[in-house]
Structure formats: structure tokens, C-alpha cells
Design a protein around this ligand. Structure first.
Ligand SMILES: Cc1cc2nc3c(=O)[nH]c(=O)nc-3n(C[C@H](O)[C@H](O)[C@H](O)COP(=O)(O)OP(=O)(O)OC[C@H]3O[C@@H](n4cnc5c(N)ncnc54)[C@H](O)[C@@H]3O)c2cc1C
Length: 343
């Protein structure tokens, strides 16, 4: 372990950042500084968004060293994930030199987050509590995002921006498709439901987040609850033509809330390597299974070269992680995005 002294005489540690493509950067972390602050101080291209522990964009895997996580904030990982080494960089301080794996490549084709303006070109209700919103960016030149990333949407008259995962792929730019769950008394939900119409203008920050495909995997398993389908759909669409087997387990609460069924059937028909399983908790009929997305998983769905991607409300993601662990899937082979309320 090497311990240095910062310019103000503080104890300093070194953090090795190991990117998915094997590229590495080492940054100095002064006492009191978070891992994220120290990375940003030297303009390291790390992904982050809220800096308060709610979005989960800056979560990294600690593979060496001792760290302290500030538990006075909301923490975007659960106790099991903390025990397995997942660390939100915005809340993590170092007690020794340490090494962290980042779930994206240093040379990723994603641009830095930037502000954009856009117009609503389509808005339709896919289920009683799900709206599909298609936006056309005024300018998309220079913008590149990775499937799995999200936008922060600001709408006129809605005080706070909200995070929404992108369901479309970069190939469809300047169009961006979002899937929005309409929650009771939600500020953005109310705007989408009662005010928004085709032609309205909105502002976006994009691209954000570190959820995305692990290109090293030979097989991909996706577990999505409700509008958690959005980032997963973008990832599956981007797999077209890459001949990697993929499984999608998709669940909704009730039959009436199920959406995108026909589109998923069409996608599966166009992608022989994709298997789609759908479940609803209430109202299952002949073609649908009864249960949650998690209940659709089977032990034989995984091998040593499988990577699993979980997305949806935090309780669903936690349940899916438990089920995967019970099926013998290693923590390092699990990626998750939680749709934290107020995200
Ligand atoms: C990284 C990230 C990506 C996200 N992507 C998506 C996405 O693709 N699609 C999507 O639909 N959402 C997504 N979310 C959630 C989204 O950002 C908003 O939190 C959600 O749309 C509610 O916003 P609102 O303004 O309508 O509700 P708010 O005004 O924030 O909430 C109003 C009330 O509803 C409660 N509430 C909020 N959300 C829920 C919920 N899900 N279930 C029950 N009660 C709730 C709140 O606790 C509060 O009491 C994402 C969140 C994160 C962090």
C-alpha cells in the first residue's frame, strides 16, 4: 500500500480505475475526498449524475483495498451488493490504496453529457399507466450514447427533471424513445398524462448512466419489470446481427398493464437468437405465465459466460439479484439499474 501526502499535508491514497476494455487510470484521492471527486479533479472520464447516491450512475466494483461508504445518504446499492464490493463513487472514501472496475470502456462510443432541446413527435398510451414518448432532438450531431443509458428530461412547468432510460438505439437518432410509468401524484407523470402533446418542446440532458452491455459476454440474460423494459430493449435491439444468444424475462403487474407484447413478438421473430418470456402477476391467460419477471428464470439459463442485466423498481431488482445468486450466478456477472423514485 502506498500512502502519500496531498498538497495540504493530508494523507493520500491511490485509486486504480480499471475500465471494461482493460484500459486503466490511476488517480490520487486526498483524505476527505470521495472517489468521484478525485476522479473529476483530474477530468477522468467517469460516469456520474446526481452525486447524492440516488441515481446509481457512478457505481463501481471495488476489487482491492479498503473503503468507507457514507451511509448518511441514500445508497443506490443494497447490503448484499455492498458486501460484494459494489461502491457508489460519489459516497466512497478510501482507507487504503484501492482498485475499482468500471462497467464501461474508457474508449466507449458515448459522448459526454450535454444539454439538448427536442420536440415531442409521438405520445401514446401503451397501457393505463404506461406512456410511450418519442422525442426528436433539434441537433444530434456529436451525440453518441450506449444502449442502457438514460436522459434527464425537463418539461415546461415541472420544477424538477427526471431520469428516463432510452428505449431506442443510437442508430435511430435524432429520435429518442422513452417508456414512462405514470405514478399517482407524480409531477412528471401528471405532465405526461395531462399536459404534454405532440409538438411541445422539452429539454434534455443526455447521455447519462453506466448501465450497458458487457461486450465480453457470450450470452445475455435480461430481467425487466414494467418500464424497466426500456434500457433492456435498447440493448437487445443493439445486439441484432451479433449472433449472441439472449433471453428476455419481462413482467408486469396485471394483464391490463402489459405493454409492448406485439413489438416484442416481432423482435423475437426477427432475432432467432432471442427468447422472450413474459409473465403477469394477475390475469395470466394461455399465452402468458403467471408470476414475476424473476419467476421466469431457470437454473439452465446461465453458464459461466452469461451476463445478466436487471432493470425496474428497486424491490424487483433486489429479488432478481437474490434469485440469480441462488442459481449460482456470480456477482460480477450481474448488472443492475434501479428506477429509484424521484430519479
Ligand atoms: C437511472 C434512472 C432511470 C429511470 N428510467 C425510468 C424509465 O425509463 N421509465 C420510468 O417510468 N421511470 C424511470 N425512472 C424513474 C423516473 O425517473 C421517475 O422517478 C418516475 O417517473 C416518477 O417521477 P414523477 O415526477 O412522475 O413522480 P414524483 O413526483 O417523483 O413522485 C410522486 C410520488 O410518487 C411516488 N413514486 C415515484 N415513483 C414511483 C414508482 N415508480 N412507484 C410508486 N410510487 C412512486 C413518490 O414516492 C412520490 O410520493 C428512472 C429512474 C432512474 C434513477
Amino acid at each position: 500500500m502506498s500512502v502519500g501526502r496531498g498538497t495540504a499535508g493530508y494523507l493520500m491514497h491511490r485509486a486504480r480505475l480499471i475500465f471494461q476494455d482493460g484500459a486503466e487510470l490511476t488517480v490520487s484521492v486526498e483524505a476527505g475526498q470521495t472517489l468521484l471527486e478525485s476522479a473529476l479533479a483530474v477530468d477522468a472520464p467517469v460516469r456520474y449524475d446526481c452525486c447524492t447516491g440516488s441515481c446509481g450512475s457512478c457505481v463501481v466494483q471495488c476489487v482491492d483495498g479498503t473503503t468507507v461508504v457514507d451511509s448518511t445518504h441514500q445508497v443506490p446499492v443494497n447490503a448484499d451488493e455492498l458486501a460484494e464490493g459494489l461502491r457508489p463513487a460519489c459516497l466512497t472514501r478510501l482507507s487504503s490504496d484501492a482498485a475499482f472496475e468500471l462497467p464501461y470502456s474508457l474508449n466507449a462510443p458515448a459522448s459526454m453529457p450535454a444539454k439538448h432541446s427536442a420536440q415531442i413527435v409521438e405520445l401514446r398510451r401503451a397501457a393505463p399507466s404506461v406512456a410511450l414518448l418519442t422525442l426528436k432532438l433539434d441537433r444530434a450531431d456529436g451525440l453518441a450514447f450506449q444502449s442502457g443509458q438514460y436522459v434527464r428530461l425537463a418539461a415546461p412547468g415541472v420544477g424538477e427533471a427526471r431520469a428516463y432510460s432510452i428505449a431506442s438505439t443510437a442508430a435511430e437518432l435524432p429520435l429518442i424513445e422513452l417508456m414512462i410509468r405514470l405514478v399517482p401524484d407524480g409531477k412528471m407523470s401528471r405532465w405526461v398524462q395531462e399536459i404534454a402533446k405532440v409538438g411541445d418542446r422539452v429539454k434534455l440532458q443526455v447521455p447519462l448512466g453506466s448501465f450497458g452491455l458487457d461486450d465480453r459476454a457470450r450470452r445475455h440474460v435480461f430481467v425487466a419489470g414494467g418500464t424497466g423494459l426500456a434500457p433492456v430493449l435498447s440493448m437487445i435491439r443493439s445486439l441484432r446481427g451479433r449472433a449472441r444468444p439472449a433471453l428476455l424475462c419481462f413482467g408486469c403487474t396485471r394483464r391490463q398493464e402489459l405493454f409492448y407484447e406485439q413489438e416484442l413478438a416481432a423482435l423475437a421473430a426477427a432475432m432467432p437468437e432471442l427468447e422472450v418470456r413474459i409473465a403477469v402477476m394477475e390475469g395470466a391467460d394461455g399465452t402468458l405465465r403467471s408470476g414475476t419477471a424473476v419467476s421466469l428464470l431457470q437454473r439452465e439459463d446461465f453458464d459461466a459466460e452469461t451476463v445478466c442485466y436487471l432493470c425496474g423498481p428497486p424491490p424487483m431488482v433486489d429479488a432478481a439479484r437474490k434469485a440469480l445468486t441462488a442459481h449460482g450466478v456470480a456477482s460480477k456477472a450481474i448488472r443492475a439499474e434501479r428506477f429509484q423514485p424521484g430519479g
